[in-house]
Design a protein around this ligand. Structure first.
Ligand SMILES: NC(=O)c1ccc[n+]([C@@H]2O[C@H](COP(=O)([O-])OP(=O)(O)OC[C@H]3O[C@@H](n4cnc5c(N)ncnc54)[C@H](OP(=O)(O)O)[C@@H]3O)[C@@H](O)[C@H]2O)c1
Length: 250
């Protein structure tokens, strides 16, 4: 697959205010892309703008809102779209969830990926565009303290592969892929999950993490996304992401 130059192109990243999304915005910006960062926390987005300068455009908005998806794709016409925003699940076992807490990641994560994917196909984005949707290792392994999180993330993987097939059928030339990162305590969402699983096992967080090896860092996630977008990785519709890097999901 030929490599793609990011200089002078626009990338839109949801969930850019912290965690993986912030690191992805920084990595894409370092590779020359103009980056539009979407999240609800305007203050954190402004901090990122102060760091990255005028090529970063902060947009304080709800990424799950279909109007936001349509408006921002029309306005910015990104060549790279990273659907990373995700809600933190309530870390409780199944019987301590309500339907509302159980379905939170469906309402935010899945709805977001559904809305933006639909708009990307209908617009359509330019041939050569890339859409990366954030699933999770939980989509394969389950996540018994996160309500509907694992099922929501599995659905995101399906949406990306269905969209890749539709892009192929209509010869749109848009690449759709999903990324399944391993659990890491290096972000707010991951730290809350790690604390819950450690408590469940009756060990402290350090002991829990010792058994898991090195933690995936947001910077490694940023690098991996640049590799996918520039085409220097393989061209698959889903990748596991660990500290060892990207590997195609079998
Ligand atoms: N960390 C892990 O271990 C791990 C593992 C596998 C997959 N993931 C996935 O990776 C993605 C990033 O997670 P993270 O660990 O970086 O989480 P995080 O640190 O909690 O960051 C989540 C980001 O999503 C944004 N967000 C949440 N709801 C939003 C909404 N409705 N509209 C716009 N932005 C919204 C947040 O910004 P605002 O609050 O400012 O809106 C924030 O920027 C998520 O999809 C997550 O499920 C994480």
């Amino acid at each position: 697959m030929p490599t793609q130059e990011l200089s002078g192109t626009t990338a839109l990243v949801t969930g850019a205010s912290r965690g993986f999304g912030r690191a992805i915005a920084i990595a894409l910006s370092k590779h020359g892309a103009r980056v539009v960062g979407v999240a609800r926390d305007r203050g954190r987005l402004e901090e990122l703008r102060a760091q990255l300068g005028g090529t970063f455009t902060p947009v304080a908005a709800d990424a799950a809102d279909p109007v936001v998806a349509g408006r921002l794709l029309d306005e910015h016409r990104p060549r790279t779209l990273v659907l990373n925003a995700g809600a933190a699940p309530l870390p409780r076992p199944i019987h301590r969830q309500t339907w509302q807490t159980f379905s939170r990641n469906w309402e935010v994560d899945v709805q977001q990926v559904f809305n933006w994917t639909r708009e990307a196909l209908l617009l359509p984005m330019e041939p050569g565009s890339v859409v990366v949707a954030f699933s999770s290792g939980a989509a394969v392994n389950g996540s018994p303290l996160s309500g509907g999180y694992a099922g929501a993330k599995a659905t995101i993987r399906f949406i990306a592969s269905y969209a890749a097939a539709e892009s192929g059928r209509s010869a749109l030339g848009i690449r759709f892929t999903s990324v399944l990162p391993q659990l890491t305590p290096e972000t707010e969402l991951g730290a809350a999950a790690v604390a819950a699983y450690a408590a469940r096992q009756g060990v402290d967080i350090r002991a829990f993490l010792e058994g898991r090896g090195m933690a995936l860092t947001p910077e490694q996630v940023g690098t991996a996304i640049v590799d996918i977008v520039t085409g220097s990785g393989n061209d698959r519709d889903a990748y596991l992401l660990t500290t060892a890097g990207l590997s195609p999901v079998q």
